[in-house]
Design a protein around this ligand. Structure first.
Ligand SMILES: Nc1nc2c(ncn2[C@@H]2O[C@H](COP(=O)(O)OP(=O)(O)O)[C@@H](O)[C@H]2O)c(=O)[nH]1
Ligand SMILES: [Mg+2]
Length: 233
């Protein structure tokens, strides 16, 4: 599978209007945007390939530029597309001018850290600050999932971020938390399941809200009619 889009380090933020920037209600949407962020080396690119089902040995992790792959997801007989963005190694060179580009319009943010690299866990707050700064006025905040990666290494050495600590970071902020091994393809499918679950839940809520709104309007109409009838008496 070829990446759908390629951006150089010189890409200007204005260019992001060229890319589908979905936002707003989920009900009628077929395209969603998801972004993988985290410190260099935590496994974002490997995870992206796992989620997309692209071969790991085709990775271009040293390439500087943003890449998204389109992941088709089956949700209630409908095929939805998730545009899954990876920072393409820019964080390695401290090139952060494109960060707002990734975050803006993201329906999902995957905050990835390495369970065996404490600094990558400490860095999560920094990534989060960047995400909040990029879209502080957003009506629907993105669904954020914290991903502790490289779980397979637990068989060889002691992890440096405990499950409790990572869960507490995530849950305190209303995020979900999962642990994966991108290398051994463990729990990577779960990421897709969480995305599908969130889409379904959001659509259900939008539809429920719509019914409540319609019922309120009907009530108002009824009240108006009643008022008119009483005036005519
Ligand atoms: N042991 C282990 N290594 C991983 C895992 N995920 C990625 N790696 C390795 O970590 C290094 C950095 O991975 P990469 O996906 O390029 O990280 P990125 O800089 O965050 O995109 C590579 O050598 C990967 O093979 C994992 O789950 N377990
Ligand atoms: Mg990478």
């Amino acid at each position: 599978m070829q990446p759908n889009c390629y951006l150089s380090r010189d890409t200007r933020i204005e260019d992001d209007i060229k890319v589908n920037r979905p936002c707003g209600p989920f009900t009628d949407r077929i395209t969603f945007k998801a972004t993988l962020v985290g410190s260099s080396g935590v496994g974002k690119t490997t995870l992206q390939h796992r989620i997309c089902g692209t071969p790991i040995d085709h990775m271009t992790s040293s390439t500087i530029g943003a890449v998204f792959y389109q992941v088709p997801l089956q949700v209630d007989q409908k095929t939805l597309n998730i545009n899954l963005w990876d920072t393409g190694g820019q964080e390695k060179l401290n090139i952060f001018n494109l960060l707002p580009f990734y975050f803006r319009g993201s329906d999902f943010i995957f905050l990835v850290f390495d369970l065996f690299d404490r600094q990558s866990f400490m860095d999560l707050s920094k990534w989060l600050d960047n995400a909040n700064r990029a879209e502080s006025s957003r009506r629907i905040p993105p669904n954020t999932i914290v991903v502790g990666n490289k779980l397979d290494l637990e068989r060889k050495k002691k992890r440096l971020v405990s499950l409790d600590e990572a869960q507490s970071f995530a849950f305190k902020r209303g995020f979900q938390y999962i642990e994966t091994s991108a290398l051994e393809n463990e729990n990577c499918e779960l990421i897709k399941e969480l995305v599908i679950h969130h889409i379904k839940k959001t659509i259900k809520k939008e539809q429920d809200d719509l019914i409540i709104k319609e019922n309120k309007e009907k009530e108002k109409e009824k009240e108006k009619e009643k008022g008119k009838e009483q005036n005519n008496k």
